[in-house]
Design a protein around this ligand. Structure first.
Ligand code: DC
Length: 224
């Protein structure tokens, strides 16, 4: 079987990973895989069942009956909880914290691992998340660690949610971003951290076009 090209993009919440990754993947003709959607779906399910997303005793038993899948429709990822397309429902702000909480549970990470690995084994893809370059695809040909200051990330998130008509407070978003950074980088299993062989791209002072161009240049150089 032909070896696929895998590009890993990791980084903290709100660094612009999904926007950038979608653009870079489109330019390369690769599949864009947003792994945060998987954790969000497990988090959404926990919230709907009225469970505490951070409590393994409550969340782990739900995994045996849970079906989470990704489908690519016209190249666009949709995420399914059983047969329900939850791609929009998982974007609600309260699902973010639930996703971060369930993602610290080792059984949840194990549950989602093969799904991610299989997609990468079968498709040239650009996968974004927190542990793609370190754990899920340690052999990815290209690894990028995308980051930005917490303030810049809260600012972007504020604009994004406000544009969608959600009512949010900047200070609360900044607090949540800091809390998620802390949770995601201090959990015992697969914490958010830059892989030794990842290229650091700090987007605090960069516009979208500049970030996309920077990453495409890195990809071109590595694949030459
Ligand atoms: O990228 P996102 O904000 O949609 O991710 C939601 C949460 O899922 C994030 O707080 C941490 C977790 N996550 C993870 O632990 N590992 C990944 N590869 C992707 C996301």
């Amino acid at each position: 079987m032909k070896k696929t090209v895998n590009i890993a993009i990791d980084g903290p919440a709100g660094a612009g990973k999904s926007t950038v990754a979608r653009r870079v993947a489109a330019a390369l003709g690769y599949l864009y895989v947003d792994t945060g959607a998987l954790y969000r779906t497990v988090g959404l399910n926990a919230l709907r069942l009225g469970l505490a997303p951070g409590n393994p005793d409550e969340v782990v038993p739900t995994l045996k009956d849970l079906q989470v899948s990704l489908r690519f429709i016209d190249g666009e990822q949709r995420v399914f909880l059983d047969e329900e397309d939850v791609s929009e429902a998982i974007r609600q702000n309260e699902v973010s914290m639930a996703a971060s909480a369930v993602s610290a549970i080792p059984e949840v990470r194990a549950f989602l691992f093969d799904l991610q690995r299989n997609i990468a084994a079968n498709n040239d893809c650009l996968m974004d998340g927190r542990d793609i370059g370190t754990v899920v695809l340690p052999d990815a040909q290209i690894k990028i660690f995308l980051t930005a200051s917490a303030e810049a990330r809260a600012d972007r998130r504020f604009k994004e949610l406000t544009e969608k008509g959600q009512v949010v407070e900047y200070e609360a978003l900044l607090r949540e971003i800091r809390e998620r950074d802390y949770n995601d980088s201090h959990r015992a299993i697969a914490p958010l951290k830059q892989a030794d062989d990842a290229v650091l791209v700090d987007t605090t002072e960069l516009g979208l076009e500049e970030v996309v161009a920077t990453i495409l240049a890195i990809v071109k150089e590595r694949l030459a």
